[in-house]
Design a protein around this ligand. Sequence first.
Ligand code: UD1
Length: 374
Amino acid sequence: MTEGAREGSMRVLVVAGARPNFMKVAPILRALKAGGHQGVLVHTGQHYDARMSDAFFRDLELPEPDFHLGVGSGSHAEQTAGVMTAFEPILREVEPRWVVVVGDVNSTVACALVTVKLKEELGVGIAHVEAGLRSHDWRMPEEVNRVLTDRMSDLLLTPSRDAEPNLRSEGIPPERIRFVGNVMIDTLLHQLPSARERNYAGAMGLQRDGYAVATLHRPSNVDEPEALATALAALQAVARKRPLVLPLHPRTRKNAERFGMEDELEALTVVPPVGYREMVSLLEGAAVVLTDSGGLQEETTALGVPCVTLREQTERPITVTEGTNRMAPWPLSVEGVMGAVAAALEAGRREPGSGGPEGWDGKAAERIVEELAG
Ligand code: UD1
């Protein structure tokens, strides 16, 4: 690796591992380049299927990763340890000024943990993008990843104002915390014209406001037969009134097969995991979205589309207080979900961009790079 040619230019190692990371790193890499800095992209390979990874690289115009760790699936310990072992020599080779980790997946915490141990030796800092989100549910692997990553980070870049009190209450020094806004929305706004052009929903014969979209992949909803049966029954009930498109996550597909629940999928319009533009096209035209994903809660708020979250709590409460999201009553039941869907449909859609959360404006990545350079 050569030193950046321009004075003041930094070398920044950016980590991406799983699907929700890809839309967060794309604008950061673009903003680094625009600022004359050197972004080095490491793909851990946590997600590896063409539909979970390659399709996103293409849609998001991501460069080929400089390093691919090829770690793949496994238990949490195997996956985290695999990323750590493969990442350490790369960190030593690249010697960046910053390691930027995003979100809350196993790759995020793994790379932060490697970096914090080499911090003094290499003079490297850790910046966490999407810092300070909390579900306060320690049973979620993502919550463990968030809390530990924030504790190890030197620069905590928050997507919404409500994140800072969470960090302060954990004793994070306030001078490390910077509000930058939501980088997912940078990607959404950047890709919206191409998603509209792609018009995946139209090509599927779906009428605007005439269908629902759902996603389901959280262990708490899909890893136990009873939980998955309830969630699928709720989706079937919604699908009785309008087509319901379910891009099926590999984890959920495997579990549905294992539990013999293929029949429960029949009433739904099941499609394989879709690319970014296809998903945005589906979301934008939907009457209602049902999801246990974090990113979709944010994207529906930015698009003004009603969303029902199929979880006990959300680490993104701002999508409820300032956006279009509402929580389905917990524990999930067919009646509870139907009630939440009826309320969401009653509330209807909002003009996109009208009064959304502060800093969800398409410029978060620029602010991130300013903070890294500052
Ligand atoms: C991971 C993240 C989760 C994120 C989700 C988005 C953690 C702890 N979880 O969960 O926060 O919301 O990604 O998708 O990091 N699989 C494939 N192909 C792939 C990837 C996964 O078939 O490309 C299958 C494998 O059987 C694997 C299972 O899905 O065991 C789960 O994958 P994994 O990366 O462990 O977790 P996700 O459920 O995807």
